[in-house]
Design a protein around this ligand. Sequence first.
Ligand code: 13P
Length: 232
Amino acid sequence: MKVIAGNFKSNLTRKASIDYLNALNSKLDSVFDSRICNDKDIYIFPSNTSLVQNNYKYITLGAQNCNDSKSGAFTGETSLLHLEEFDIKTILIGHSERRNLFFENDDICARKFDYFKSKNFKIFYCIGESLEVRTSKKYLDFLESQLKVIDVDYKNLIIAYEPIWAIGTGLNATLEQISECVSHLRDMSNAPIVYGGSVNENNSSDILKISDGVLVGSASLDINKFYQIIKE
Ligand code: 13P
């Protein structure tokens, strides 16, 4: 089973996201049907304002972020109530953009993890080192430290390894670099390990040979590229 996930980040309007989801679902339905989809878990994480009912045949919708609360006085936040409305049961936690731009440290990520674990969500828990940590050669220790705050035996966990220096830069990690980290993470957990960072339709098939899936940012915004990655 391979995980193919698209993270739209803060892109695409609600209408554009719905058009995309409908088009991708019918592409998968009409051309490949279950032969291509049975061994794949396909996820799309639209922006939270573009979430719709999670009832696509081939695609599972997830939230890019959510507050660890059912509802309440959290101005500007999305809460569990809003995800439940659409039957969303999948979430990204700890994306490096949340960590770096919105100051979500390990404690906050762990708190969110515990909350959504208690709700039985499928959790894509994102980890990854900066260029500085990569250069210091301490990246394996760093990845371990990011994981040690969560329950790595959680049955609905997917670990997303996304080196920060490879995100949105077009600079993707080499297969050797990915392989080294994936094997290290496999020693720590039985969860599937997916890779993210400048994945596109040209490099995805090689990356899929050494990982359990891919988490795609910019290339997922183009339906033809994302479809190509699914086919690969
Ligand atoms: P890019 O594919 O644009 O590098 O983004 C990766 C990512 O952050 C997916 O979560």
